[in-house]
Ligand binder design. Sequence first.
Ligand code: SF4
Ligand code: SF4
Length: 206
Amino acid sequence: MVVIKRFKKQAIIGFIFLIFLIAGWFYPIIGFMVPACMLFGIGVAFLKGRKWCDWYCPRGCFYDSMLKFASPQRKIPDFFKKMPLRLVILSFLITVMTLQIIRHWPNPFEIGKVFMTILTATTVIGVILGLIFHQRNWCYLCPVGTMTNLFGKNKYPLKFNSDNCVNCKLCVKTCPMQLEPNVTLSDDCLKCGTCVDVCPKKALDL
Ligand code: SF4
Ligand code: SF4
């Protein structure tokens, strides 16, 4: 079953993420994994949209497999989904990161610390949002999520057959991004296949 396999992968990667998050403060060179992950996620977007954010993204895995159980699973406010806000956050974080890299150039340990600081700060914000609203709230604000949304438009789209749909909304209830694949297709779809798996009428496909 897609859902169980996905959860197992997310739990393993999410656990590794926590180890890296701690180890990175003792060995800042680990921080270079951050830009590597960003570039990989953007590369995936050109072929498969936000597939990176499904179970490749270590932080997304941590949110879905661990934070989820402490989250009240409230509706993510529409405010966080607005593209202008997402672009402001993307621009802000890229600017801060660039200025700090220039400041510490060419010291790899200090630059690694810059990456670790940004990773830790944004993860903490994500955890707070998860504890207030929903574990994937941050994924609407994450710079990689915004870029993969923009670069991955219409890539590897979910297919929906409205003739088969009986409007049971099981897909809506299980979507980790709180999307409505039975109503509209979204560029924030993670291509996770959860909705495809739960649909009793095979109205969805990837
Ligand atoms: S719409 Fe379906 S495939 Fe897309 S994120 Fe939601 S559950 Fe996953
Ligand atoms: S789970 Fe399938 S049948 Fe139910 S609302 Fe979603 S697409 Fe329609």
